[in-house]
Design a protein around this ligand. Structure first.
Ligand SMILES: [Zn+2]
Length: 337
């Protein structure tokens, strides 16, 4: 991400890109950080320009806003406005999970007791305090991290590096998705096998729960189908007779794990209901067929129901990690990437 400022606010307070505005002083843009007028440095074609196109402050202005600071600023503003954040699923039910509403939110409030300033301090309905740290170019500094870990503060770090600068985009990232955020914790010894699930303490995206329930019901009723092009495969007919919910497999979280009792665990298929696509380079176990079902909201859920099969041609379904060869469902057990 650029250390320059390439986004600004227009007269309607909307975020605009440097490439879309009139060059020079008449761009009618203000800085999203200090709210002072800006000059658009985008007159020369990029090939001839000395620097990349950007917005500049007038001389004498000390504001050092860049795209990074804008992203950071907007994320804080949105949390304060919306008083909500989508949390990742809590493996042990001991942390907030899913979309959580706060009763009070403050930004950049100094914590006198521990001597640091979290980006956002949020209070949940049960009175519990959650700290939110946004990470653009720099991870949370080690000193701050140590305070958080040592005092067992509940602090979630949200990585904004993959978000487009725009209020709508950031809002959707913070409220509809649960990716790219993790709790600041001391490194824990890794545990193998199943984890205890308990969603009763905190909420989870209700559409994810409904989608998982729907898929389990399909399976229990004898038909769970995957469609590709015009072919429909009923996994039941391919010997998949066991479906377990909420399993951990090699540190990989599975919403539904399908496998065949007759062939032991061979040919494991993981169905995961997620809020967004995985980041590029995300590693999945090589002996696991992973199917991600992207459910962002009610309409994604309705599409899943209407279609009545898990179809990989749509944007809310995808296969990750390997080329999913449906023809081989009957005999393939080891999968190479
Ligand atoms: Zn500024």
């Amino acid at each position: 991400m650029s250390a320059l400022l390439t986004k600004a606010l227009n007269e309607r307070e909307e975020i605009v890109d440097i490439e879309t505005v009139v060059p020079g002083k008449f761009c009618n843009c203000i800085c999203p950080n200090c709210k002072k007028p800006l000059i658009a440095k985008n007159r020369k074609p990029l090939e001839e320009a000395k620097r990349e196109h950007h917005f500049a402050h007038y001389k004498g202005c000390l504001c050092e806003a860049s795209d990074e600071t804008v992203l950071h600023q907007l994320a804080k503003e949105i949390i304060v406005e919306e008083k909500s954040l989508m949390f990742p699923v809590s493996e042990h039910g001991d942390k907030p999970s899913g979309l959580v509403h706060f009763v009070k939110v403050e930004q950049e409030k100094r914590d006198e007791k521990f001597g640091f300033r979290p980006d956002v301090e949020a209070i949940m309905e049960n009175g519990e305090r959650i700290l939110i740290e946004f990470y653009v170019s720099h991870e949370i500094p080690p000193k701050k991290r140590n305070i958080i870990v040592k005092n067992n503060l509940k602090c979630i770090e949200v990585d904004l590096n993959y978000v487009t600068i725009g209020k709508r985009e950031i809002r959707s990232f913070l409220l509809d998705e649960s990716e790219n955020r993790s709790w600041i914790e001391a490194a824990e010894p890794l545990t193998q096998g199943e984890s205890k699930e308990n969603y009763s303490l905190y909420s989870r995206n209700p559409w994810h729960i409904k989608a998982i329930e729907y898929l389990k019901k399909q399976f229990d009723e004898g038909e769970i189908t995957i469609g590709r092009n015009s072919s429909i495969y009923n996994l039941r007919e391919y010997g998949y007779d066991i479906c377990e919910l909420s399993k951990m497999y090699r540190k990989f979280r599975l919403d539904l794990l399908l496998y065949r009792s007759k062939k032991e665990n061979k040919g494991r298929i993981s169905l995961s209901v997620r809020g967004r696509r995985r980041n590029q380079g995300h590693k999945t176990p090589t002996d696991l067929r992973v199917i991600d079902i992207i459910i962002r909201n009610e309409s994604d859920y309705n599409r899943l129901i209407e279609r009545d099969n898990i179809c990989c041609t749509d944007d809310f379904i995808m296969y990750e990690g390997f080329n999913f060869n449906l023809k081989n469902l009957t005999h393939s057990n080891t999968v190479s990437q």
